[in-house]
Design a protein around this ligand. Structure first.
Ligand SMILES: Nc1ncnc2c1ncn2[C@@H]1O[C@H](COP(=O)(O)OP(=O)(O)O)[C@@H](O)[C@H]1O
Ligand SMILES: [Mg+2]
Length: 365
């Protein structure tokens, strides 16, 4: 892979906060970004040199964008595969379309994890209320019905209870393709972010613990506060997934930590993956020598990856909706590192920013 020098242009598909923080990291190293997104008001646009506002089915705009940049990455996981394929014929594109295909579909994710020996919740793909009814019989309660595609922050998910009929559950899920998952009575949830270069070199951030509220990530704790063997298993599993998928850039893997090892002795199961910066990696901006965003820039530009051993323990809190109004108090706290995404309107459930509290020296996790 050739090294792209500073001043090269990184194309980013999607204009949200992940793109904004990637663009800021790119600027730190002297790169410029070109954002492709549908809305001129998105957070990444105002911190980037160039932008294209067009839809992902506008082939002409996609081609013009691809020709105007030196490399392309993405910050939004649901970029249509056809759009990514169009771009990848013209310019190096990370992640490759085949990786995005796996990450966009919960069924493919789980099949892939299982094909390389990792554990997941039991699942069944269902495409109608009748199929759901049949699968429910086998799974029992509690179980979770999810749309296989396009879900995030718990959207498109229904917790199945005996009172809720299959027809009603199917309607609430709101998609033509579903996945029924057995409910994992997990001890905790952890995630790992891996950075990988085209030559296979990798850097793995330590496992962290994630706490969700209303299905949205509320807090990330670094280190994860699990045993060294569980953290190691999660880190090795994330590394294996990145290697087997052939990731260049970032891969985030979310895991359930089991209360007891499964029949094969595994202590963690894969929940889902994302081939992009991940909310649970935001703490790296303030507690590690290299952030996940800088690693992405380094990986896709063919630069050496940075150091990942943290200097500080940290707790990251998302500022969701009205949480954002605490910004003046947060700025007044010496251990708080505040990041604001520049969204003008506060809405319930909307990620407005995050704050990372530094908690003292890392001391080996
Ligand atoms: N099979 C499951 N068993 C137990 N809890 C689950 C299961 N699937 C999802 N959850 C809970 O819901 C959260 C969101 O689900 P997830 O599959 O990660 O979707 P997304 O993050 O795309 O909304 C998980 O982090 C976890 O807390
Ligand atoms: Mg998730």
């Amino acid at each position: 892979m050739k090294t792209l020098p500073p001043s090269s242009i990184i194309g980013i598909l999607g204009g949200g906060q992940l793109g904004r923080m990637t663009a800021l990291a790119a600027a730190k190293l002297g790169y410029r970004c070109h954002i492709f997104c549908s809305d001129a008001q998105e957070p990444a646009v105002e911190v980037s040199a160039f932008h294209t506002h067009a839809s992902f089915d506008d082939t002409r705009a996609l081609k013009a964008f691809a020709k105007s940049v030196d490399v392309v990455t993405l910050e939004w996981e649901n970029v249509p595969i056809a759009a990514l394929e169009t771009i990848s014929l013209l310019v190096p594109t990370y992640p490759a379309p085949k990786i995005l295909k796996v990450a966009q579909d919960r069924g493919e994710e789980k099949n892939f994890a299982r094909s390389i020996g990792l554990g997941t919740a039991d699942f069944a793909l269902v495409s109608s209320a009748a199929e759901l009814q049949e699968a429910r019989g086998r799974f029992g309660c509690p179980a979770i019905l999810k749309s296989t595609r396009m879900g995030y922050d718990g959207k498109g998910q229904v917790a199945l209870t005996p009172e809720l009929s299959s027809e009603e559950s199917w309607r609430l899920m709101g998609s033509g393709a579903g996945i029924l998952e057995s409910f994992v009575n997990f001890a905790s949830e952890v995630s790992v972010v891996v950075a990988a270069r085209a030559d296979g070199t990798m850097a793995v951030f330590p496992a962290v613990q994630n706490i969700h509220r209303n299905h949205i990530l509320a807090e990330t704790h670094a280190p994860a506060g699990v045993s060294a063997s569980i953290a190691h298993e999660a880190e090795q599993a994330a590394r294996l997934m990145a290697e087997k998928l052939g990731v260049v850039g970032l891969l985030a893997v979310e895991f359930f930590v089991l209360r007891a090892p499964d029949a094969l002795g595994r202590q963690v199961w894969v929940n889902e993956i994302a081939p992009r910066p991940h909310n649970s990696g935001h703490w790296t901006m303030d507690a590690c020598p290299t952030s996940q965003f800088e690693q992405l820039v380094r990986a896709v530009c063919g630069l050496p990856l940075g150091a990942v051993t943290p200097h500080s323990r940290a707790v990251m809190q998302n500022l969701i909706g009205d949480d954002f109004h605490a910004w003046p108090d947060l700025l007044a706290q010496s251990s708080a590192c505040l990041h604001v995404y520049g969204k003008t309107e506060v809405r319930p459930g909307r990620k407005m920013g995050h704050v990372t509290f530094l908690k003292g020296a890392w001391e080996g996790g």
